[in-house]
Design a protein around this ligand. Structure first.
Ligand code: PMP
Length: 330
């Protein structure tokens, strides 16, 4: 094992794992990038570091400055740890509907946490707009703006995609994941297409998101709801602009929960729901690409972040996602 020169050097270079159950279910080879192995335990550490380093390179933030962001939580955790390692303050705005564990983690990291009611993007009180206003009002502060700052997806073009390509020995037929900002999907998609134009890039959209209809029919339209945190987008963010999407799937929370449960019980992986939804999408993509195809996806964050929700029978029952609710087969 190599020795990292500092904490920030621990971000990225995550392992790739072959998933046994999903590979068997699809009659294919399904691999997943272990983004829970980042120091902040999610894929968003990569975007956080890239956004802060880009702001530094452009002279937008000075020593002792403040990083402000609106986030479902994981980007906030990534930014707070990057801020601590670099000597900045962090102010994180988050909808109050997100998991308790994310809020506790942010407080433990020393971030100033601002909780706002969940609201549609068109509402000025939405967490993204609130964070922009706080950044404007705070001296020597930057607004990370993860949705429309393409330093986010650059981290996935130069990092995640390049790592997947190398770890799969250049033998990859397809890649799929869900989108929050779209940084991972667009960045990995663009990065893999640079290596091999014939790799199929697929969107896996949760219910309640509008991207499935956009890529299928050219119209942003949503249907249903999802309790998955960190994914489910209603607009084409700057990070999604020009994403090379070849095909798309829509996956329910129930289908995602099947894989969350199976991956824990059969492979010992404790994951969040976006990872389960991604794996369900990877099985669909591999079936479409045919027997023996090689497909990669993302395990976005650790399930230890959702012990009070996804791994809590009472919460699951309240959300209609209990084991006996029909979410039992893949
Ligand atoms: N899963 C989780 C748990 C997340 O927090 C996020 C980030 N919002 C994503 C998936 C999606 O990543 P991206 O923002 O790169 O689309």
């Amino acid at each position: 094992m190599h020795t990292a020169t500092d904490t920030l050097a621990l971000i990225g270079h995550t392992p790739l794992v072959r998933l046994k159950g999903p590979s068997e279910a699809a009659g294919a080879e399904i691999f997943a990038k272990c983004e829970f192995a980042n120091p902040g335990a999610s894929v968003k550490d990569r975007a956080a570091l890239s956004i802060v380093e880009d702001a530094e390179a452009r002279g937008l933030i000075q020593p002792g400055g403040t990083i402000v962001e609106g986030t479902a939580g994981n980007t906030g955790i990534g930014l707070a740890l990057v801020a601590n390692a670099k000597g900045y303050r962090s102010i994180i705005v988050m909808p109050e509907t997100q998991s308790r564990e994310k809020m506790d983690t942010l407080r433990a990291l020393g971030a100033e946490l601002v909780l706002v009611p969940a609201a549609p993007y068109s509402n000025p009180g939405h967490f993204v707009h609130t964070s922009r206003r706080i950044a404007e009002e705070t001296p020597n502060a930057i607004w990370a703006n993860q949705f429309d700052n393409i330093a986010n997806r650059r981290a996935h073009i130069t990092g995640t995609a390049a790592e997947i390509w190398e770890q799969m020995g250049g033998r990859i037929d397809g890649f799929t994941c869900a989108a929050g900002t779209g940084g991972t999907l667009a960045g990995v998609g663009l990065g893999l297409k640079e290596k091999d134009e014939s790799v199929t890039i697929a969107l896996t959209d949760p219910h309640g998101a509008a991207l499935y209809d956009y890529y299928a029919h050219g119209e942003l339209r949503s249907e249903g709801t999802s309790v998955a945190e960190g994914i489910g987008q209603g607009r084409i963010t700057a990070n999604l602009d020009g994403a090379p999407i070849d095909t798309q799937f829509r996956v329910s929370d129930e289908e995602g929960m099947v894989w969350v449960r199976r991956l824990l019980a059969e492979e010992g992986l404790c994951l969040g729901l976006s990872s389960g939804i991604n794996v369900a999408g990877a099985v669909l993509l591999a079936r479409q690409l045919g027997p023996g195809s090689r497909v990669a996806t993302i395990l976005c964050d650790t399930g230890f972040r959702y012990l009070s929700t996804l791994y809590n029978p009472e919460w699951l029952a309240a959300k209609g996602l209990a084991v006996d609710s029909g979410a039992t087969s893949a």
